[in-house]
Design a protein around this ligand. Structure first.
Ligand SMILES: Cc1ncc(COP(=O)(O)O)c(C=O)c1O
Length: 452
């Protein structure tokens, strides 16, 4: 049965719909409020989490996917090249997948069956992580917590710290730091004029300051999210920059949450871990991942390091609370996936996954060469699989839309990573080689057309 009705109901003081005619079919009609879809029909008496109401638009990458789908509806035959989301494309080395297959087969045997494992991760894998990534920096296996990925750990770290903390983030930065801060309730409202949330310290990291914050101008916050090599700019912080960051945290009594998800892509002598910096054990947590290092974006495996020396203001060790969070809110990574992670960290495994990283970095080189030859100012691509391209005076969503419309290439508008990303687009090097070559040619042709 169809009912005609006037849609004028109120969700909260902020969400007053413009009265307009909608057709209600029992409880399954939806309409859009501030870019968010609501269904009209029976409502429970449960109010929506007000922190989620504060979030702007959708999460960036689903938003880009919506643009791609709209584009495909307009150009159903277009050969769209996706250099947007930053998802890996190359097959995982057989040596790694075989270890997971063997583990799975074992699960069907009496001797090979395993149930719950340690919530913190298998001992052998925790040890292998310390050897592969922290050999000279004194990290112990007991300080390593294996997880289902860095993004999940970022949210668990916010849960660990709670809502009465203020965070600082690089601007531009990977959106999960800000979004998780908003969701947990640390932030104020979003301010349209600035493109920023209140009660979050945005640390501008542009080329003027070698992609590092001007620390004397940054207010003290309890937490500092810092990602190096950085997504989206591709900049790997230098040793000197990280020494300054650690000093800054020490002076302010802050905790750095250092995201090293792309450390495998560093080709120069920039530090791959915050623990290369003396004193970092007292001020820093590190989150990292097998996603971009071994093509585990879908398989899901990451880790977080919480050193014993990291203490709250009352002297209590943070590591004990993180252990509690992992036991209560996680319960351990899949044992199948951990077998794969362990295989990645064997000598042969490291060699095999290194070839994946090299492949993507060759893609990055092709993209950087093509874009530079067009006279564009290009950053990144040397220590990270992301190329950060400047379009002075242009809005990044307009550049994104024009590139999509004229070349059928998906990129990511820089402003999606914060107001500091305006005028930029990010191009991912995580593609098939022939797509990357084709994309470079299309971009060259676009510029040729614009100039002639
Ligand atoms: C900086 C950064 N950290 C973390 C992640 C997420 O990693 P994971 O797949 O381990 O959740 C990403 C994914 O793109 C990222 O760019």
């Amino acid at each position: 049965m169809y009912n005609s009705t006037i849609c004028s109901f109120m969700l909260s003081a902020d969400y007053i719909l413009q009265p307009r005619m909608v057709v209600v079919r029992q409880s399954s009609v939806s309409c859009t409020l501030k870019n968010q879809s609501v269904r009209i029909g029976h409502c429970t008496k449960v109010p929506r989490n007000e922190n989620l109401e504060k979030l702007q638009h959708g999460y960036l990458f689903p938003e880009i996917e919506r643009h791609e789908l709209r584009h495909l509806r307009m150009y159903p035959n277009a050969n769209v090249i996706d250099l947007g989301i930053g998802d890996t494309t190359q097959p995982i080395p057989t040596l790694v997948t075989s270890s997971m297959v063997d583990f799975v087969r074992g699960l069907s045997t009496v001797t090979g069956y395993k149930g719950y494992g340690p919530e913190q991760g298998e001992k052998a894998l925790r040890k292998a992580i310390t050897v592969a990534f922290y050999k000279d920096f004194g990290i112990k296996p007991s300080e390593v917590f294996v997880s289902d990925g860095a993004q999940c750990d970022i949210t668990r770290l916010q849960l660990l710290m709670g809502l009465n903390q203020k965070i600082a983030v690089q601007d531009p930065s990977f959106p999960a730091y800000i979004d998780s801060s908003v969701i947990i309730g640390q932030s104020g409202k979003f301010v349209d004029e600035t493109g920023k949330y209140k009660n979050i310290e945005y640390m501008t990291c542009g080329p003027q300051s070698d992609f590092f914050p001007d620390l004397p101008t940054i207010s003290r916050t309890q937490l500092i999210f810092f990602n190096s090599p950085n997504n989206p700019t591709g900049h790997a912080a230098t040793r000197k920059q990280l020494e300054q960051l650690v000093d800054f945290a020490k002076v302010n009594g802050s905790i750095i949450i250092f995201d090293s998800a792309y450390s495998a892509y560093i080709t120069d002598d920039s530090p791959k871990s915050i623990y290369e910096i003396p004193g970092a054990r007292e001020v820093a947590i590190e989150v990292s991942s097998f996603s971009k290092f071994a093509g585990f974006t879908g398989v899901r495996l990451g880790w977080t390091v919480v050193p014993e020396e990291l203490l709250y203001s009352n002297g209590f060790p943070v590591v004990h609370d993180f252990n509690r969070i992992m036991c209560t809110c996680f319960n351990g990574a899949s044992n199948i996936v951990q077998a794969g992670g362990l295989a990645c960290l064997s000598l042969e495994g490291l060699r095999a996954v290194r070839s994946l990283v090299d492949y993507y970095m060759e893609n990055a080189r092709i993209l950087v060469d093509a874009l530079t030859s067009l006279g564009l100012t290009v950053y990144g691509g040397k220590n990270a699989p992301y190329v950060w391209v400047h379009f002075p005076g242009s809005k990044s969503w307009n550049v994104f839309a024009e590139i999509l419309e004229k070349t059928h290439i998906i990129t990511v508008p820089g402003s999606g990573f914060g107001p500091g990303g305006e005028e930029y687009i990010r191009i991912s090097a995580f593609g098939q080689r022939d797509s990357v070559i084709e994309a470079s040619q299309r971009l060259k042709y676009l510029l040729y057309l614009q100039e002639n």
